[in-house]
Design a protein around this ligand. Sequence first.
Ligand code: F6P
Length: 365
Amino acid sequence: MADKIIGVLTAGGDCPGLNAAIRAVGKAAYSKGMQVIGFLDGFRGLVENRTVRLDNSNLSSILTMGGTILGTSRDKPHRMPVAGVGEMDMSAVAIENYQRLHLDTLVCLGGGGTLKNANRLSKAGLEIINLPKTIDGDVAGTDLTIGFDTALGIATEGIDRLHTTADAHQRVIVVEIMGHNAGWLTLGAGIAGGADVILIPEIPYTFEYVVEAIANRSRHGKRFSIVAVAEGALSAAESEAAGAEPESDTEEDGDSSFAASRNIKLTTAIEKATGLECRFTSLGHLQRGGTPTATDRLLATRLGTYAVDLVMEGVTGVMVAAKGDECVPVKLNSVAGKLRLVPPDHPWVKSARSIGVSMGDGPIR
Ligand code: F6P
């Protein structure tokens, strides 16, 4: 397809697999005679027209690289921080740069926050395709997101390692796992890593049930307990006080420091209530770093190459969703601003309860 030009950017929190996706878009596009232009540091690079031509020289040997060769940011075109001025709506500048470069399509790699920005630009007339990425796994409309599988493995290994030190010292270890609004990562790693208590945002917990689960283990001679808690997990009281629906801007708010202080307080409260020595560990950005798993490399390649097929067909204004073994285009405005949260009766939750894990919402069943 002679002279079609694709723009690519990565926005929001980074994750392993982004470079695999950039590589897939680039290689597939070149195989079809297209050109590919990368924008640096997310939507900021689109507004500031900071670009890099992507070709075989910079697409080689990035499949296994963590992070993103383009850089990323949480900046939004309609609320772009401008030094000495504050936030300005720079959407018109973004659109002008898109047009001046004669782009046929802009491929955005992003999660909840990016989808909202991409949808705005789509409504303003730009041809947009979004690829779902976030370690949180909370993008609506897709079974999988780039980065989730790698973070799941990192968090699981973290819990595995915490088991041995908790056992050695007869301690309760509270391990905080990323996920402001959705508990997919905490639930998955908690099950895979053998946590005894799993606390997620979607199932507000009652402190007394958390304490009872740990005390019950201790009474039965267990030397330690592991509590896996999501950044965004709240007690029932905190959840009621918080009230409002979760925003899909996790990618944009990013402030994980508040969550840590809340979960450090939880750790202290458990120690006080049980009399057991407790320690707190936040896995933090370890979950966002390093080389992607084979699963994430495969997913990134599937989504990226499918996006180029859509460009060939002139299908835009969509997110490429992973549905089983298939990729399907879903309308941006049907998923932008929406979150994929853990249903309280999800099979993973049922499995956890079946093996005696406490979800903090009642006595061990
Ligand atoms: O959205 C992905 C995510 O990793 C969240 O799980 C986490 O709360 C947030 O980003 C951290 O943002 P930042 O990297 O800006 O601190």
